[in-house]
Design a protein around this ligand. Structure first.
Ligand code: LLP
Length: 421
């Protein structure tokens, strides 16, 4: 459930009319709902209770520091994959003890900054990384708490580009070698083993792959404990999917996920960490755009929007579906006609939807892309020299710009001429 609903014929974000935000900030823009973020965070923490747990929001899904601050203030931890994300979480007021550092390619510099600033745990993904972290931590006279990310060789049955738990994927250490690598970790200076980490993929719409992976994690916990390791925390990763269409999708809910986690891992007396991104932020955001032109093509019409693939790349990159709805509620029974919905960028990949049945829409009309709060703004670029678009946060009946649209001058000022010109 989200808080983007039609009321009195107008699409609202909570109690704010989206058209009013468009008038104030211009289009295109991202808009997030505080109440939806709260609700989704709360669903997870309720689902895992009474287990000791920490919900670490995957910052990669939405890294605006106002969004992070809201979640951090609710008690969320953060899962970061770069020092940039780490610094965002810290700037949002999240203490280091609530930040886990994931990612396959942490540099020594990133390790050093996180150790200096405070970190809950590093999720280590390879033996070379283990050696590097040991050197950095020991060199600083520090101890780095670690979990090894173990690749359970489970197919998450999701989009090819976002499945991460098969043995051919670049992530984690093979589960068959975990015992050997944990022994190595225990012998290295500057490291303290605290747990096990896994993340098998994103947008999973079935609990079975999670259950298969977590069952392997439970077995591994017992085996490692028998070998003398202290396994106190289990980081289960993120990945629970969301419905991208109103109609036919019904992925499992956090409650179902939580019940499964308790059943599979509940008797291990571990603190459970999860790293959801999409489920917390995805349906908490929309992208609002305006129709620039309606163009008649050969046998098809095009709606050309002022938003493009540089603003929301998911359709171009993954063939992802986003529902697109008018800000003015269509009349009941309004006729739907198929149309191609595209952006102004100069490549055919800049297509949001082909032959999408839509109510009548003309130049000047406003539309919202639903489910755009995760992997939307964070994946945007300035391709075609289109400045990054603003982000707006709504709370009840008020809203604020939480990232302003840069001016063209600001965009140009980042480039410089070399001295010889
Ligand atoms: N933890 C780790 C280590 C991850 O790599 C990810 C996502 C998450 C947690 C959060 O997963 P979530 O709960 O959001 O599914 N750009 C793609 C999604 C990439 C996901 C990458 N890793 C998309 O737009 O669908």
């Amino acid at each position: 459930m989200d808080h983007f609903l039609y009321r009195d014929g107008e699409l609202h974000a909570e109690d704010v009319v989206l058209r009013d935000i468009a008038a104030a900030v211009g289009t295109p823009f991202y808009c997030y709902s505080t109440a939806t973020l709260t609700r989704h965070y709360q669903l997870f923490t309720d689902a895992l209770s009474p287990l000791r747990h920490l919900v670490c929001f995957a910052v990669k899904a939405n890294s605006n520091i106002a969004v992070l601050k809201h979640l951090g203030d609710l008690g969320a931890g953060m899962d970061v994959v770069s020092v940039g994300e780490y610094l965002r979480a810290r700037a949002a007021g999240v203490p280091g003890e609530r930040i886990v550092f994931s990612g396959v390619g942490k540099t020594r510099e990133e390790m050093r900054i996180a150790l200096e600033g405070g970190i809950r745990q590093f999720n280590v993904e390879s033996e070379p990384e283990l050696e590097a972290l040991s050197e950095v931590a020991a060199g600083m006279g520090a101890t780095a708490p670690i979990a090894l990310r173990v690749n359970p060789d489970v197919d998450a049955r999701t989009h090819e580009k976002i499945a991460t738990g098969r043995k051919e994927d670049k992530f984690g250490v093979p589960i068959a070698r975990a015992s050997e690598i944990y022994a190595r970790a225990a012998a290295l200076p500057g490291l303290q083993v605290v747990g096990i980490d896994m993340h098998i993929g994103s947008q999973l719409t079935d609990l079975a792959p999670f259950e298969a992976a977590y069952t392997r994690m439970a077995d591994l916990t017992r085996a490692l404990r028998a070998e003398g390791h202290r396994i106190e925390r289990l980081d289960l990763g993120g990945g629970l999917g969301i419905p991208y269409t109103r109609s036919n999708e019904a992925p499992p809910l956090p409650t179902d996920y939580g019940a499964m986690v308790k059943r599979v891992l509940g008797d291990l007396d571990c603190e459970v960490e999860i790293e959801p991104g999409r489920l917390i932020a995805g349906n908490a955001g929309v992208l609002v755009a305006q129709v620039i032109y309606r163009k008649e093509g050969e046998g098809r019409d095009f709606l050309i929007l002022d938003a493009a693939m540089n603003d929301l790349i998911r359709p171009a990159m993954y063939g992802a579906h986003h529902d697109i709805v008018p800000l003015i509620e269509p009349e009941a029974g309004a006729p739907l006609a198929p149309v191609d919905i595209v952006g102004p960028v100069c490549e055919t990949g800049d297509t949001f939807a082909r032959q999408r049945p839509m109510p009548p829409l003309a130049a000047g009309d406003l539309v919202a892309f639903r489910s755009a709060g995760a992997y939307g703004a964070v994946m945007s670029s300035e391709y075609n020299s289109r400045p990054l678009i603003p982000e707006v946060l709504v709370c009840g009946d008020h809203f604020a710009v939480i990232r302003a649209r840069p001016t063209f001058d600001e965009m140009l000022a980042r480039d410089t001429f070399p001295a010889w010109m």
